[in-house]
Design a protein around this ligand. Structure first.
Ligand code: GAP
Length: 516
């Protein structure tokens, strides 16, 4: 656990130190759970978005994109159920005056038990060595079995009271488990009450309730209300999908863990419209397709599905793709079979027919929907968690030294190639380096740097994930060759300047990820 905390702290400070992510409005001591992406952060984030967009839109003839507005007609949120049901159960501690999500307090309690189980298992694995059977141990060791049963009982009770909106029972559970406020240590809690997560604002021209607008809490509704516009203009037949990347806003009560849970964040969502009755086939298809996408960036053991027991009001099946963040397995992407709930609700509340004529079936119907929804910022954090590494490498004198390196897939790297003149006072070298960049910059992002020794400059590029460093030296001036250094292997090769563009382009091409 301590190590995982250390790793998380390293990611946060690395993001700040190297210009990936800053706290919003830092000069005013920051705004909680709101973050700004810096020079390398925005490039990495754009590359993640581009990889998702290409995988969804470019690679599928039957998926098209849109970019809908953040503001939508207020009735949208009535129809979608967000006005009535987009709530979290909230509880205050009367002594510390701190506010918590009641369900999260219980989940954290369960997590502590889970950590105890993990500790027992690690100890037992050491004791029994090769012959250790984890499943059997969990079933037969009385202490571990006790922990497992306790977790199961708490989880089931929480799931039931959440789905029944039984706020009194959640409060009772907190009292029975004797959960204390992490700040004051007191168990002096208020009642649990519902808190709507949508941010609202006011339209300038209309006073009062009628002019109340919401900042969208999900991008999906912009897709639903445009269903017919897009289907007709893009001449799509069912099954087909509509994809969108955009900002969403939620007034999260528990907003922490850096960019994992933010109040302003970005979603990459795709709604896939299918014939009623075929949704489970497509749900299975998208589960498979999406985990495959993640596996192009993440080792298998850091990913898992987590099926929902507690279904949202619009879903008849739902799963999360969870990633093992430094603070444990958490939701990275949601895949939901949303039935015809949204289109039917918009049809009803707007009074407009929102239906599709299926020429094969010769029938009108409201399509069913399978949704894939991933948070771009969480994806960013998962990439950082995967790629920020400390490895042991030889220094200039051949001694072992530790370096911090961001082993990003080259296609996602903010800078693809740094061009470094060996000596900053030799104009012939600096001019040659500038000439190289002036050619390369048409193909990919480059970086010029002449300050400090070459070793330090390599380390700085390692820290921002640059896959290639090209060095201009004395020999360059004689024979038009440079050294090209590869970030992960540290291999250095002397190549002709003419070949640099081809070598780098081949390695950083997103095609490799798309074909994986
Ligand atoms: N349209 C469905 C929907 O919005 P969700 O599970 O509430 O479903 C989808 O959100 C994804 O959006 C999540 O898997 C997560 O990656 C991301 N997400 C949700 N809330 C977030 C927050 N407060 N901060 C960052 N990302 C968030």
């Amino acid at each position: 656990m301590a190590n995982q905390n250390e790793q998380f702290k390293k990611i946060v400070s690395h993001c700040k130190e190297y210009g990936f992510i800053f706290q919003s409005s830092e000069v005013y001591d920051g705004l909680s759970a709101v973050y700004d992406y810096g020079p390398y952060g925005v490039q990495l984030k754009n590359n993640i978005k581009s990889y998702w967009w290409k995988s969804m839109v470019q690679m599928h003839e039957n998926i098209v994109g849109i970019d809908a507005s953040i503001f939508m007609h207020p009735k949208t949120w009535k129809a979608s159920g967000h006005v009535d049901a987009f709530n979290d159960p909230l509880i205050d501690n009367k002594d510390s005056k701190k506010r918590y999500r009641a369900d999260v307090l219980v989940e954290e309690y369960v997590e502590k038990i889970e950590n105890k189980v993990k500790k027992e298992i690690t100890k037992a694995r050491k004791r029994f060595g090769e012959t250790f059977d984890e499943a059997m141990y969990k079933e037969t060791n009385p202490r571990v079995k006790g922990y497992m049963d306790k977790m199961e009982t708490i989880n089931t009770r929480l799931a039931t009271s959440m789905s029944n909106s039984d706020l009194d029972d959640i409060k009772s559970l907190i009292e029975e488990l004797e959960i204390a406020c992490p700040v004051s240590g007191s168990k002096n809690w208020t009642e649990v009450r519902q808190f709507n997560l949508m941010f609202s604002t006011q339209l300038g021209t209309i006073a009062g309730e009628e002019g109340k607008l919401y900042l969208r809490p999900e991008t999906a509704q912009g897709i639903f209300v445009n269903f017919l516009n897009v289907q007709k203009t893009a001449r799509q037949k069912i099954p087909f999908g509509i994809a969108q990347i955009g900002k969403a806003f939620r007034n999260e009560i528990v907003a922490r863990q850096f960019i994992f849970r933010m109040r302003e964040f970005e979603q990459m969502e795709m709604q896939f419209f299918v014939r009623p009755g075929e949704e489970m086939k497509w749900y299975a298809y998208w589960k498979e397709a999406r985990i495959k996408w993640h596996k192009t960036l993440t080792p298998d053991e850091k990913l898992r599905f987590h099926d929902h027991e507690n279904l949202a009001h619009y879903a008849n099946a739902a799963t999360d793709i969870q990633f093992e963040f430094p603070f444990g397995f958490r939701e990275l992407e949601g895949i939901h079979s949303r039935t015809d709930f949204d289109l039917s609700s918009h049809q009803e509340l707007s009074g407009r027919k929102i239906q599709y004529f299926d020429a094969e079936l010769k029938e009108n119907y409201v399509p069913y929907v399978v949704e894939t929804s991933i948070g771009c910022d969480r994806m960013f954090l998962s990439v950082m968690s995967n790629c920020l590494i400390e490895d042991i490498v030889p220094d200039a004198d051949g001694k072992e030294t530790t370096r911090t390196v961001l082993k990003l897939p080259p296609a996602l790297a903010p800078i693809k190639c740094a061009v470094l003149p060996l000596l900053k006072n030799d104009e012939r070298m600096t001019n040659a380096a500038r000439d190289i960049i002036n050619k390369l910059k048409f193909s990919f992002e480059c970086y010029y740097e002449e300050k400090d020794g070459i070793g330090r400059r390599y380390r700085r590029q390692d820290a921002i994930g640059t896959p290639f460093c090209v060095t201009v030296d004395h020999q360059t001036l004689e024979d038009q060759t440079v050294t090209i250094r590869e970030r992960d292997s540290l291999a250095q090769e002397r190549v002709s300047i003419e070949d640099v563009e081809r070598i780098v382009s081949e390695k950083v091409d997103m095609k490799k990820l798309l074909q994986a």
